[in-house]
Design a protein around this ligand. Structure first.
Ligand code: GLC
Length: 563
């Protein structure tokens, strides 16, 4: 008989389910800011284990852990010094195994972050490269070049600001597309390729279910000819032959990884963080490559029906073209939380007033935003947008704290900021610390229950009212809304299609899933009346705001269950 008849193993994870990821709700944990079991101010792996009951009640299918590896934290852990270990401040490999078993026992899968574009400058390979000197095999694992006199090899600019080259003591320069402490690896080097395969196997063997691939579009580079200037680089088409970004040959790396993923049961999954033109996303999402790619378009969209409908339609088509499922992201550890984005004037309309941050090819709003913020409106719209997204086909990636309706923390003192983007832009870009402030678990007490002492980034007073404790038993809280939505999502997610129903209003979207579940979102401010038949045949299973009978209030979403 087909293996589907096998009952789920004691672990709570069904090993026969190779498609679990297609419509999964994946909850991103930023480990240093989630829960602090040893109360040193920094969240840790035992902290996550202690909160497994919370994650189980939330109703998510998987967690994705941002890097927890040994790191000097030059970039919040995305500067990895050892890919096959746990940062001692966050625990041990044994703690990791315990956490994984606890999550699996509750039916929650585990995705870990792989950072292959660069290592930390403290990685033994980079230390060897510095010591071994120009022309050495150790230096070939990175991208070292001679400068021009006392100047760097080119005028290339790091994505975090400033020069993309840093000088070593012997005068050569190394490339770092991000912070100085994040030297780019040379993916033409066989050691580099072999070592990442080893890392993928290491975590897969431990039982990890999937991987999130950091800056997946930048690994391979062709720097064989004379190096272009930044202006020349910017002018070159991004069609697979660009010297540094989104090259076709990066998929040779992923084809090798795919063989590794598919050697496990079920196959390990991967999702690409690839800031590339939409037309090139299917290359990353194809089953021969990473299998799924982030769709970040809702991070850039306004709370606007027309934009949301376009993004949904285009990305569902795109996912179909690659035989993958799409992904919805409203918040993550790199952007201003969506409750805050939706409470602000849209960046396009006020680019002069608001600090913006360049990420890859896109401008994202960033930090320092308190004065213009309409907090209530932002939260109302965030709840509506989350419910809209949770009803869609595809996977939903949620970021820790959005289930509490958290706003960005804007008022962090310069002296307490940690993000290199803040320092490398001389404070012009407020950086990403505001969405990385440790979670509030209790209404008061030191660090609001994050640990029993302080938190590594300062928490504002209003965190108490937004805490898990404050929301847990409140029927109208954002936490309750997420719990209900995630529970109902399993009923609603029968297959991966939707049909738009015309509403007669430009600011109201209505879609129906083939099993009859309907989602209606009113992006405007005037109440929208449901039709007679909707009122009679369906009933409101969930609503993001208080719903008068037969109506969808402004800036709200309702889920209608077929009778
Ligand atoms: C990705 C991560 C971001 C990190 C960067 C460099 O964009 O999401 O947090 O700073 O890569 O690793």
């Amino acid at each position: 008989m087909p293996s589907a008849h096998r009952t789920a193993p004691a672990s709570g994870i069904d090993d026969d389910d190779a498609t679990w990821w297609r419509q999964a709700a994946v909850y991103q944990i930023y480990p240093r800011s989630f829960a602090d079991a040893d109360s040193d101010g920094v969240g840790d792996i035992p902290g996550i284990t202690s909160r497994v009951p919370y994650l189980a009640t939330l109703g998510i299918d998987a967690v994705w852990l941002s890097p927890f590896y040994p790191s000097a934290l030059a970039d919040g852990g995305y500067d990895v010094a050892d890919y096959r270990n746990v940062d001692p401040r966050l625990g041990t490999l044994a703690d990791f195994d315990t956490m994984l078993a606890a999550l699996h026992a509750n039916g929650i899968r585990v995705v870990v972050d792989i950072v292959p574009n660069h290592t930390s400058d403290l990685h033994p390979w980079f230390q060897d490269a510095l010591a071994a000197g120009p022309g050495s095999p150790a230096r070939d694992r990175y991208i070292f070049r001679d400068g021009v006199g006392d100047e760097p090899p080119t005028d290339w600019v790091s994505l975090f600001g400033g020069s993309a080259w840093e000088r070593a003591a012997d005068g050569q320069w190394y490339l770092h597309n991000f912070a100085v402490q994040q030297p780019d690896l040379n993916w033409a080097n066989a050691d580099v390729r072999a070592d990442f395969v080893r890392t993928l196997r290491f975590w897969s063997d431990r039982g990890v279910d999937g991987f999130r691939i950091d800056v997946a579009h930048m690994l391979t580079k062709d720097l064989s000819g004379p190096l272009p200037t930044q202006a020349q680089l910017d002018a070159l088409p991004r069609n697979g032959t660009h010297p540094t970004v989104d090259r076709d040959d990066v998929h040779e790396v992923y084809a090798e990884w795919r063989a590794v993923f598919n050697s496990y049961t079920p196959p390990r999954t991967a999702v690409a963080e690839a800031w590339v033109d939409r037309s090139r996303i299917p290359l990353y999402a194809s089953p021969e490559s990473l299998g799924q790619a982030f769709n970040f378009e809702l991070l850039q969209a306004d709370f606007d029906a027309r934009q949301f409908r376009r993004v949904v339609t285009e990305n569902l088509e795109l996912a179909e073209a690659s035989a993958s499922s799409t992904t919805w992201v409203l918040s993550n550890h790199d952007v201003v939380r969506h409750a805050t984005r939706y409470g602000l004037p849209h960046p396009e309309r006020s680019a002069d007033d608001l600090p913006l941050r360049k990420h890859g090819t896109d401008w994202l709003l960033s930090g320092g935003v308190e004065p213009e913020l309409d907090r209530e409106r932002g939260l109302r719209r965030a709840r509506a947008a989350s419910l809209f997204v949770l009803g869609l086909p595809g996977s939903a990636y949620l970021y820790q704290g959005e289930e509490l309706g958290l706003h960005e923390v804007a008022d962090i003192d310069d002296a307490e900021r940690q993000d290199p983007t803040f320092f490398r832009s001389a404070g012009l870009d407020m950086g990403r610390d505001g969405c990385r402030v440790p979670l509030p678990w209790t209404s008061d007490g030191p660090s609001f229950g994050f640990g029993s002492r302080h938190a590594h980034l300062p928490q504002p007073r209003w965190f108490g009212d937004a805490s898990v404790e404050a929301q847990e038993n409140d029927l109208h809280s954002t936490l309750t809304l997420y719990r209900r939505a995630l529970a109902l999502r399993h009923e609603l997610q029968a297959d991966e299609e939707l049909e738009w129903i015309e509403t007669g209003r430009e600011d109201v979207l209505h879609y129906v899933r083939p099993n009859g579940w309907r989602v209606v979102t009113n992006f405007g401010t005037t109440e929208f009346a449901l039709t007679e038949s909707q009122v009679q045949e369906d009933h409101v299973a969930l609503a993001s705001s208080e719903t008068p009978f037969g109506h969808v209030p402004g800036e709200s979403t309702v889920w209608l269950r077929p009778a």
